[in-house]
Ligand binder design. Structure first.
Ligand code: NAD
Length: 354
């Protein structure tokens, strides 16, 4: 399956197919002439798939090297970026060479950032290996590193030359990580795709979802594609992708990173936000129940304890989406359709009531 992303400055295609990792060399050859490729990955992904990808790219005529980081968010840093620049320079990569990101969102964000800034920008490819990265971070062109001040504080908008998605790699991913991606698929359906919602509703359980995950990845990426094509630089409607994220980030941050994962935070955030919007008459009655049923079916949490309203409010108003006295929230007009709803920051207290 293929999905074209057409942006004013750049067009590229997502190639979604089980077993596609075994054809990574052939795929890269359709996009690039034989040249140097530096794979940026992490130690876990390298040990699982590194050899196979290196071999495959080499066979296709590329001159391949590998730069690997310690897995985890802490590696999405300037220190890692500087190590990566040094590596690329040592390998002699020029502007006609390229980077291939092989890993989850951490690797994708870091590799995209490094590629888009090294020598003022060289070409890169995304080969996402977590479901979250396959449905979210590898599409849309946001790259980033964290700083001690804030997560994702420094980054670029830079689009890859292509994205290769092989759902077979999810077999080695921890179930809790897989569910993070499922939360984003549920979000995509809720904000912009009623057909995807109906499809998810028709699925019995997680097992059935995973059997059909290619199709769901495609539909979810298509939601993001449409939004990104309309608002690449995130000045307007792209914000609807953040449904559940503002409260979700606050939960993640206050629980201590890792206690509640990003996807779990988003799941809880969507339910909380929607319940209050429903009480305020902004969202049709019954949608929260539908959301809850969907998330529970896929083993995602719908609430969190301890719930410290003040702490959450503090974390949330420090969030980058808080601008002055107002905050932009995302509301479901109905399942399958979201809109931005701007409120006074103080009103956020209402949305944190349990
Ligand atoms: P991650 O990259 O840290 O991967 C999670 C873990 O899974 C890591 O330990 C990794 O080694 C392991 N892993 C990856 N693929 C595997 C596989 N196939 N089998 C076994 N283990 C595997 O985390 P993530 O959840 O993929 O991404 C989170 C990051 O994505 C965050 O930094 C977030 O800010 C970023 N993000 C970016 C965007 C964007 O638009 N750029 C969007 C959403 C999230």
């Amino acid at each position: 399956m293929k999905l074209d992303v057409a942006l004013p400055q750049h067009q590229y295609t997502l190639f979604i197919e089980r077993g596609a990792l075994k054809q990574v060399g052939e795929w890269a050859k359709t996009l690039w002439k034989p040249q140097k490729i530096a794979i940026i990955t992490d130690d876990t992904v390298k040990s699982l798939y590194g050899e196979q990808v290196v071999e495959n790219l080499s066979k296709a005529g590329f001159d391949v090297s590998v730069f690997s980081i310690t897995p985890g968010e802490a590696s999405k840093s300037f220190d890692s970026a500087i190590e990566a620049y040094t590596f690329l320079a040592e390998q002699g990569l020029t502007r006609s060479d390229g980077v291939l990101a092989l890993g989850g969102g951490v690797v994708g964000d870091l590799a995209g950032f490094v590629a888009s800034t090294y020598l003022r920008g060289i070409h890169f490819l995304q080969v996402p290996t977590t479901l979250l990265a396959q449905v979210d971070s590898s599409i849309g062109g946001k790259t980033a590193v964290n700083t001690p001040v804030a997560k994702n504080m420094v980054g670029t908008f830079a689009q890859p030359d292509g994205v290769l998605i092989d759902a077979d790699v999810l077999q080695t991913l921890e179930p809790r990580r897989v569910r993070e991606g499922i939360a984003e698929i549920v979000k995509s359906a809720a904000i912009a795709d009623i057909d995807l919602w109906k499809k998810l509703t028709s699925l019995e359980n997680e097992e059935e979802l995973l059997e059909q995950v290619d199709e769901l990845i495609l539909a979810s990426c298509n939601v993001k594609r449409k939004v990104v094509e309309e608002d690449e630089l995130d000045n307007g409607n792209r914000l609807i992708l953040n449904f559940g994220h503002t409260i979700g980030h606050a939960i993640e941050a206050t629980a201590g990173y890792g206690v509640v994962t990003h996807g779990e935070g988003v799941a809880i955030g969507m339910v909380q936000m929607n319940r209050i919007a429903e009480e305020k008459g902004l969202t049709p009655k019954g949608t929260t129940e539908e959301l809850k049923e969907m998330l529970v079916k896929f083993h995602l949490p719908i609430s969190h304890t301890p719930w410290n309203e003040e702490e959450l409010y503090e974390a949330l108003t420090h969030d980058k989406k808080a601008r002055g006295n107002q905050i932009k929230t995302i509301i479901l007009e109905e399942i399958g359709k979201a809109r931005i709803h701007t409120i006074d920051t103080e009103e956020m207290h209402d949305y944190l009531q349990v």
